[in-house]
Design a protein around this ligand. Structure first.
Ligand code: DNO
Length: 356
């Protein structure tokens, strides 16, 4: 397992590389060119700039999160082949800098969705929260609220330029039902797999967050059956998963540890996030400690360990603690605590097996 930390880049993150360097065990930075619009080619000189920043601290740049997929690819729009060619060129450029895993998602219109970005928790901290009843309301109203609450940071998946055209975006997806979306995903993956093989880059899809349809839009990667369908639909070792425990785990029916056990060999990137469920269907994100949430963090870590997981892992969203001013879910302190929790459990398992 290789421990990583998501960083949004110089001038785009409240956290510095020198701070991350002091978190024990982190060897990789999960990065992206956040100013790029879906469909644009990532140029070598832009990638080289990030590499030189990371080199200064001895961090690897093996994982990109995300190279976003253009809506024409998701909807089989008229320029999909052009954007697929651009995607392949981006993969080739990334491969030259040692990138091994590209995380992406295939969610229509919205990426991850929450109704409150700074919800108060009983311990005085705040965390991301999902209130089911709010989702039935107007999506435009919600997009406006989310953008206002990002406190000046850009939120991946919630690019103001895209969301300004929300009506047109919904229009694009009006004839795209679940089966069409599956077919468009298959078309995309089959087109890029030869490039992935040639470049030795694994494509790692992020599950839908939350794992159910919202605002009438179809969502695909929602449970174990869907994960199985996805992996057999394009049965290629380069077609992999970003297994996000908090996304799948938002549905209490999903047993995330079981999914990890079943598909460990096809998980290229692990997101460890904890979530607490409420009876009315709401959920709150919590600390990474197993007993603070319901997804079974320790069972999940054990499942990775038993499966000999040697991919990349990162603590996912944390709470906002100690008055930290940071991007929602992506502060320094609680994610650093999360890393120590994950490494503590992992080291103990290694020790029990005489590996350390
Ligand atoms: C949220 C993240 C997602 C993820 C994308 C991958 O915090 O987990 O935005 O990066 O869905 O494309």
């Amino acid at each position: 397992m290789k421990m990583s930390f998501r960083w949004y880049g110089t001038g785009n993150d409240s956290i510095s590389l020198s701070q991350i360097k002091q978190i024990p065990g982190v060897t990789e930075i999960v990065w992206a060119l956040h100013e790029k619009q879906p469909g644009e080619i990532w140029e070598k000189k832009e990638i080289a700039k990030v590499k030189s920043e990371l080199d200064e601290y001895g961090f690897g740049m093996s994982v990109v999160e995300s190279v976003n997929v253009h809506d024409d690819i998701k909807t089989a729009g008229k320029n999909r082949d052009l954007y697929i060619e651009n995607y392949k060129q981006t993969l080739k450029n990334l491969a030259e800098f040692g990138v091994k895993v590209v995380c992406y998602n295939f969610m229509p219109v919205f990426d991850w969705t929450r109704t409150d970005l700074f919800h108060p928790l009983p311990d005085g901290s705040t965390a991301l929260f999902y209130e089911k009843s709010k989702i039935r309301q107007d999506p435009a109203e919600m997009a406006e609220y989310i953008l206002k609450e990002t406190k000046g940071y850009t939120m991946p998946g919630w690019e103001p330029e895209r969301l300004a055209n929300l009506k047109q975006l919904f229009e694009l997806y009006k004839d795209v039902d679940k089966e069409k979306l599956w077919a468009n995903l298959k078309y995309f993956l089959e087109a890029i797999m030869p490039t992935c093989r040639e470049c030795d880059i694994k494509m790692a899809i992020h599950p839908d967050d939350p794992p159910w349809d919202i605002f009438g839009l179809p969502r695909l990667l929602v449970d174990e059956a869907a994960v199985g369908r996805f992996l057999s639909m394009v049965d290629d070792p380069y077609n992999c998963l970003t297994l996000c425990s908090g996304s799948l785990g938002s549905n209490p029916e999903n047993n995330v540890a079981e999914i990890v056990r079943k598909y460990c060999g096809r998980i290229a990137f692990a997101h460890i996030r904890n979530v607490k469920h409420f009876e009315n269907g709401d959920f709150s994100e919590t600390s990474h400690r197993d007993c603070d949430g319901d997804v079974g963090i320790l069972d999940i870590i054990k499942a990775y360990h038993d499966g000999g997981f040697d991919g990349y892992i990162r603590p996912d969203h944390g709470r906002h603690i100690w008055n930290e001013k940071c991007r929602p879910g992506y502060g320094l302190y609680d994610r650093a605590l999360g890393i120590m929790y994950i490494l503590g459990a992992w080291d103990m398992l290694d020790k029990q097996e005489g590996r350390i």
